[in-house]
Design a protein around this ligand. Structure first.
Ligand SMILES: NC(=O)C1=CN([C@@H]2O[C@H](COP(=O)(O)OP(=O)(O)OC[C@H]3O[C@@H](n4cnc5c(N)ncnc54)[C@H](OP(=O)(O)O)[C@@H]3O)[C@@H](O)[C@H]2O)C=CC1
Ligand SMILES: N[C@@H](CC(=O)OP(=O)(O)O)C(=O)O
Length: 376
């Protein structure tokens, strides 16, 4: 099967590098275009990027030239699928330009996550929300074949909703309290200064608590026509930066609408296999066999030991016990730059491919309206 051509915006950053790693030898997608800031454009990728991952930078990628960051200046063919790993302020400007040029923008940034017609998706949780694409202005402007933006959530929200979805389905969530311990790679590179984080904990990550609280409502919300009805539950988050390289750990206390026993909660997690029904016999290369794994050991999950479960795509839960304030409490851990970022976007793209939503994109086609609205 011929692989689909893809590009990466923000390719030199922490998440961009993960995209390159996960897309290396991907059976469905092939990187043909890379872009970053003006500082990097024109250099070879090997010159522009300080590679930080523990697998080698693929030679073919190192030799590619970093392209300008706008579709109009693309040399040669602009790929129809763009993975975007940009800071939110930059994404707000650049992502709509690629959508307007007819690309499927599979975004990792927070810029458009809460916009009403932009899907915010974790496939195991709310793949049905991808239908929102069809009402996006960029898509409509090309007679239903145009580009669009699809987003994945904040890295802490992803691990959390994987653990919550099976519980919400069976018991209903009334309220929850979550306190995070987030790895330094979450702040990008060079990120948090070593003198701030070594031997220390920083009890503040800008906008993180707000993002977690609101994104959980949309992710666990219900698609009603072309709008999302948010989950009606109270969510309170505390976010902390800790001296861990990769892997976000979250302590959760939760109150349900219906009574749940320990056995019922464990069964809800172990039986959670939503993609099996959704994709039937199809194989999604990046999907984990078991999205939520429970570890019964008293001192797990731990970032160093558990972040690579399911090739970095599974969330590990542990320490389920009764809570003296709410009903139950547990710990959840997930890899922040794989499950929480590049892997999440890649899985979204794989599901979009299966749904046929990466076919017939409007790249190089003329918009049907005189002007393509950039409204988000
Ligand atoms: N790290 C994580 O765990 C997670 C990150 N995210 C989100 O993903 C996004 C990227 O994060 P991360 O990779 O950590 O960030 P980094 O700071 O490591 O990388 C930023 C990237 O953006 C590029 N860039 C900067 N300015 C421009 C510009 N004007 N035009 C085009 N490209 C530009 C940089 O290129 P250059 O090298 O040329 O400067 C670099 O490739 C952010 O929105 C972040 O919030 C989401 C979930 C998890
Ligand atoms: N802020 C997160 C990572 C991140 O970039 O989140 P978001 O994609 O919501 O901006 C962290 O510091 O670990």
């Amino acid at each position: 099967m011929e692989r689909r051509k893809v590009g990466i915006l923000g390719a030199t950053g922490m998440v961009g590098q993960r995209f390159i790693q996960l897309l290396n030898n991907h059976p469905w997608f092939e990187i043909t275009w890379l872009a970053a800031s003006d500082r990097s454009a024109g250099k070879t990728f090997g010159e522009a990027c300080r590679w930080k991952l523990d697998t080698p930078l693929p030679k073919k990628i190192a030799e590619m030239t970093v392209q300008p960051n706008v579709p109009e200046l693309c040399e040669g063919e602009l790929p129809k699928i763009i993975f975007a790993a940009l800071d939110a302020d930059i994404a707000r400007d650049l992502e709509p330009r690629f959508a307007a040029a007819g690309c499927a923008v599979i975004s990792n940034s927070s810029a458009f996550r809460m916009v009403a017609d932009v899907p915010l998706v974790v496939p195991e949780v709310n793949a049905d929300h991808l239908d929102l694409i069809e009402t996006q202005s960029w898509r409509k402007a090309y007679g239903g074949k145009g580009g669009y933006i699809v987003t994945n959530p904040n890295c802490s929200a992803i691990g959390l909703v994987l653990a919550l979805k099976p519980l919400e389905e069976r018991f209903g969530i009334e309220s929850l309290f979550v306190s995070t311990m987030q790895a330094v790679s979450g702040a990008g590179y060079p990120g948090v200064a070593s003198l701030d984080i070594l031997g220390n904990v920083v009890p503040f990550i800008k906008n993180e608590e707000e993002k977690m609280q609101e994104e959980v409502g949309k992710l666990l919300g219900r698609l009603d026509g072309n709008r999302i009805e948010m989950l009606d539950a109270k969510v309170s988050a505390h976010c902390n930066r800790v001296a861990v390289e990769d892997g976000h750990t979250e302590c959760v206390s939760i109150k349900f609408k219906r009574k749940a026993t320990r056995e019922e909660i464990l069964a809800a997690w172990s039986e959670f296999a939503p993609l099996r029904h959704f994709v039937q016999d199809q194989h999604l290369p990046t999907a984990p066999e078991q999205p939520v794994e429970y570890d019964a050991a008293v001192d797990r999950p731990q970032p160093r030991l558990d972040r690579m479960r399911g090739r970095g795509m599974a969330a590990t839960v542990g320490r389920l016990r009764e809570c003296t304030l709410l009903d139950w409490k547990f710990v959840v851990l997930s890899h922040n730059t794989i499950r929480g970022a590049a892997g999440a976007a890649l899985l979204n793209a794989e599901v979009l491919a299966l749904l046929g939503k990466l076919d017939k994109l409007g790249v190089n086609a003329k918009p049907v309206a005189a002007q393509v609205a950039v409204t988000a």
